[in-house]
Design a protein around this ligand. Structure first.
Ligand code: N01
Length: 531
């Protein structure tokens, strides 16, 4: 007989752990979780590459749903490194006894809506489970981008990827290493491994606006103050655009006095992390002239740190405004290029032609190395959902429905796919919203909607066609009001050849998104069809 549960939860990262706890322990539902990995952690399980670290401050990058949990955990650094975040998620799994609800090493291969029984059939290699609801936490940066160039299979050395770094680590000492990719992952990895390797060749296509993280250890005294104030801190972060706590910005960079503007940039650059973006000026993502002032400030910082002017220029972004690609945060990244064992190769002018048995060819020249590391990014937002092959009403697949780009309401649900909740889905508030808090909001919306359906003895909930069209139109209009369409970024789906281009995230900020969700709930799930 087919196994049946109330809810299937996909993924055992930040989403899945909280979803299981809330649905199982607080709502009393039967819940079964699946994860491809052998244990909990999600993105922090897979991305164990050297230098992996969160660039949202530890005080904010954690769950807020349990006061006991926030009281008992102390982070050791202002910005936690991957092992500590993975340890935290293991602690959460132990504390709330969550592992027993998961089947690990079990990918969801497909899911099909059964109209007659009003259930989802969830297919895995070990069999089929039916569920009334699905909460997907499959991740928004979890399916890797495939290389466009040929020859990878012919490479005689070792190949690694940041998104699937071996758990036992890799000994790179004394080796010649090539790295493709200078996004957030590549930038962390490059700075971390440069001192260890014999030679590092960095293949850069687009220079990025990386700014200092300014990490430091934290002590118990500091955490005692934080723990005493957690409730207030969480209120403040939930009222902040990015879901953290930052000073309010001045209105306009272009209208500011140039000297005061530079001083303001220097001040927030010295504080580090996202403070530079969030606290300097409010129009940086809206006005090109304003954006150019901070773009040029960051370029001047690069010139001051990189000794070779030609290398500094190559590292200076000129083809997109600051933050229209996700800005990476760095520790010693630019100084890495002052090292004698590091070479920067421009693969924008001369795109990578092929990986060869001994290395890589670009511009007719071959670069040799023993180890190749790919840090080439992800098929973001839609990749993980489409990889699970959902088929909704009338046999329509999600891939067919989204063939010209995703269509959702709130980025959480899509018409024709009833009872399927996509946490951190396309067009949701996540890429510009501190993930743990965004995830809590989304999981709470989904579980409350499930409760609403069940309490009324109903069967299904899904967006109305009209409400979904309105949401998609609003996301596109928001994109046009900002500078985001000016970059070939994963925010825009533009990093994957052939992927429909369009803004994939809600850019109105956390408070606006939360207010819209609350308004929908208060009005009996306005915009959703409940039957
Ligand atoms: O991926 P990316 P990522 N030839 O897409 C290059 C989160 N994250 O894994 O820009 C040559 O940013 C590509 O070049 P281009 C965070 O949200 C967070 O680094 O397309 N190069 C780019 O340089 C982040 O944004 C943290 O021209 C090619 C790189 O590969 C997201 O994950 C840490 C190429 C991909 O960069 C993704 O970051 C890490 C080609 N054919 C990640 N194809 C923190 O919290 C691609 N590239 C700190």
């Amino acid at each position: 007989m087919t196994e049946h549960v109330d809810v299937v939860v996909i993924g055992a990262g930040f989403v899945g752990l909280y979803a299981v706890h809330r649905l199982r322990d607080r709502m009393g539902l039967s819940v079964l979780g699946f994860d491809t990995a052998s244990d909990v952690g999600g993105t922090w399980y897979w991305n164990q590459y050297p230098g992996a670290r969160c660039d949202i401050e530890s005080v904010h990058y954690s769950y807020s749903f349990s006061e006991e949990l926030q009281q008992e955990w102390v982070w050791s650094e202002r910005y936690a490194a991957q092992p500590e975040i993975l340890a935290y998620l293991n602690h959460v799994a132990d504390r709330f006894d969550l592992r027993r609800s998961f089947r690990f090493n079990t990918p969801v291969e497909s899911m099909t809506w059964d109209e007659t029984a009003s259930v989802w059939q969830v297919h895995t290699p070990t069999g089929t489970v039916t569920a009334r609801f699905i909460v997907s936490g499959a991740g928004n940066v979890s399916i890797p981008k495939q290389p466009e160039f040929p020859g990878l299979a012919d490479f005689a050395g070792e190949v690694y990827a940041t998104h699937r770094w071996p758990q036992q680590g890799v000994d790179l000492s004394g080796k010649r290493v090539g790295v493709i990719g200078t996004g957030a992952s590549g930038i962390q990895l490059i700075a971390a491994i440069a001192p260890e390797v014999e030679h590092l060749t960095v293949f850069q296509r687009t220079a990025n606006f990386a700014t200092p993280l300014r990490n430091r250890p934290t002590d118990l005294e500091e955490w005692e103050k934080i723990r005493a104030n957690y409730p207030q801190i969480r209120v403040a972060s939930r009222n902040n655009f990015l879901g953290v706590v930052t000073d309010p910005p001045e209105p306009s960079a272009k209208l500011a006095d140039p000297e005061q503007r530079r001083a303001r940039y220097e001040h927030y650059d010295a504080i580090g992390g996202f403070h530079l973006l969030m606290s300097s000026y409010a129009d940086l993502l809206l006005d090109e002239e304003s954006n150019e002032t901070i773009s040029e400030f960051i370029r001047s910082q690069i010139r001051a740190r990189v000794t070779n002017p030609a290398v500094a220029e190559l590292l200076s972004p000129r083809d997109h405004p600051y933050c229209t690609k996700r800005p990476p945060m760095e520790t010693g990244y630019y100084e890495t290029f002052n090292r004698p064992n590091v070479t920067l190769v421009d693969v924008k002018t001369n795109p990578i032609e092929a990986v060869t048995p001994r290395g890589l060819r670009t511009g007719g020249e071959e670069y040799e190395f023993d180890v190749l590391i790919l840090a080439m990014g992800f098929d973001a937002f839609t990749g993980a959902l489409l990889a699970m092959n959902p088929t909704g009403r009338d046999g329509v697949t999600l891939a067919e429905k989204w063939n010209e780009g995703p269509r959702t309401l709130l980025g959480i649900a899509s018409e024709g796919f009833p009872n399927l909740f996509m946490i951190t889905g396309p067009q949701s508030a996540v890429a510009l919203y501190n993930n743990p808090l965004a995830i809590e909001d989304h999981v709470e919306f989904a579980s409350d909607a499930i409760g609403y359906v069940l309490e009324r003895g109903l069967s299904t909930i899904e967006p109305s066609v009209q409400a979904e069209s309105d949401w998609v139109r609003m996301i596109n209009e928001m994109a046009d009001m900002t500078l985001f369409p000016r970059a070939e970024s994963w925010y825009m789906g533009a990093n994957i050849p052939g992927k429909p281009r369009g803004l994939l995230t809600f850019v109105g900020g956390a408070p606006a998104y939360r207010a819209i969700c609350a308004e929908i709930v208060e009005n009996d799930y306005r915009g959703f069809s409940v039957a």
